[in-house]
Ligand binder design. Structure first.
Ligand code: SF4
Length: 300
C-alpha cells in the first residue's frame, strides 16, 4: 500500500493492459489533483455497474478525487449500491459483512498505525444509510465514542435501493416507497447530531452537485481523522430508481433537496481547527487577531 503497488515491475511494462498503464502514467497517484481538472486525468473510478444517472456514482467519483493521498488510502464498505462502484475503483477496498464496516475500519486503522507509525495511511468508510444508521449503527456509534481515527461517509440515498425500496432510518417521515407503501411513520434519524454528541471532530453535510464543496469537506475530514479523531460526512446521493427521479432531473433534484432540507452544514471542533491551521495551512481556521482595546469602531 504505497506508490510501489502501482509501479510496473521492470521489464513488464509492455505486457500490462492499457487501462493499467494509463492509471500509472496519467492517474492521480502521488500527484496533487483537483476536481476542477476532471476529464484531464485517469480517474480512480471510471466504470461501474450502477443505474444510469445514479447521483451516488458522481459523489463517489468526486470523493475518490478528493482523498488527499489515494496511494495511501484504503476504503471500507458494506452491502449496498455504493460498493458496486467502490469495489471497481483503483484503490484497495475492504468489504465487510453487512454493518460491520466501522468495526473493521477501527481494527484496520489501528493496525496500520502500528505497522507504519507516523506515515499517514488513511482509512475511509463509505457505506449507505442502511449500513451506517440501521444495521451498522452500533459499531458506527462506538467507533465515534472511541474516537477512532478514520472518516465515515454515509451515502444517504434515504432508502434500501439495492433490495427494492424498503424504508431506512434515514428515509424522511411520510415517504412512500415500493416496499413501504403506507408511508414512513417515523422521523429521519439525526445522525449529524449523534455524530457531534459522540465526539466527532468534524461533521458535514453535502450534495453531489457542488464538486468543490465535496472535495473540500472530504479533504478536511480525512486530514483531521489522521490525528484528531473521528470524522463524519453525510452526503445526499438520491436513488433515482426508488424515488422515480428522471435521469435528466437528478441534479435538479439534488439542488432542490439541498435548498429544502439538506443545506450545507459543517462543524469543526476547536482542536481540529487548530490542527488544520497549524499542520496544513488552513488560513480560515487561524485564530482571529484580538481587536486592540483602544480601537475606535468604524462609523457607518
Ligand atoms: S438502485 Fe438507486 S442507489 Fe442503487 S444504483 Fe440504482 S439509482 Fe443508484
Amino acid at each position: 500500500m504505497s506508490l510501489d503497488y502501482v509501479k510496473f515491475t521492470n521489464g513488464f511494462e509492455k505486457f500490462m493492459p492499457k487501462e493499467y498503464r494509463d492509471m500509472v502514467e496519467h492517474g492521480p497517484f502521488g500527484k496533487k489533483i483537483s476536481v476542477s481538472q476532471m476529464g484531464s486525468f485517469k480517474e480512480i473510478l471510471e466504470e461501474h455497474p450502477m443505474c444510469a444517472g445514479c447521483a451516488m456514482t458522481l459523489f463517489i467519483r468526486l470523493a475518490m478525487i478528493a482523498v488527499p493521498n489515494p496511494e495511501d488510502t484504503i476504503m471500507v464498505g458494506t452491502a449496498g449500491c455504493g460498493r458496486l462502484a467502490i469495489s471497481q475503483a483503483a484503490i484497495p477496498f475492504v468489504y465487510g459483512n453487512y454493518g460491520d464496516q466501522n468495526g473493521v475500519a477501527s481494527g484496520l486503522s489501528r493496525g496500520l498505525r502500528l505497522r507504519f507509525g507516523d506515515k499517514p495511511k488513511d482509512v475511509v468508510v463509505m457505506a449507505g444509510d442502511g449500513g451506517t444508521a440501521d444495521i451498522g449503527f452500533q459499531q458506527v456509534l462506538h467507533s465515534w465514542f472511541r474516537k477512532e481515527r478514520f472518516t465515515t461517509i454515509m451515502l444517504d440515498n434515504e432508502v434500501y435501493g439495492n433490495t427494492g425500496g424498503q424504508e431506512s432510518g434515514m428515509t424522511s417521515r411520510g415517504a412512500v416507497l415500493k416496499m413501504a407503501p403506507l408511508g414512513k411513520k417515523f422521523e429521519k434519524m439525526d445522525m449529524l447530531q449523534m455524530a457531534k454528541v459522540a465526539g466527532c471532530a468534524y461533521v458535514a453535510t453535502v450534495v453531489p452537485n457542488n464538486p468543490r464543496r465535496v472535495e473540500s469537506v472530504i479533504k478536511k475530514a480525512v486530514l483531521i481523522a489522521r490525528e484528531v479523531g473521528s470524522t463524519y460526512i453525510q452526503a445526499y446521493t438520491s436513488c433515482n430508481i426508488e424515488y422515480a427521479i428522471p435521469t435528466d432531473k437528478v441534479m435538479e433534484d439534488a439542488k432542490n433537496v439541498e435548498n429544502d432540507r439538506y443545506q450545507f452544514t459543517e462543524y469543526v471542533s476547536e482542536e481540529a481547527k487548530q490542527y488544520l491551521a497549524e499542520r496544513y495551512g488552513y488560513k480560515e481556521f487561524l485564530p482571529k487577531p484580538a481587536a486592540s482595546a483602544g480601537a475606535i469602531p468604524n462609523k457607518a
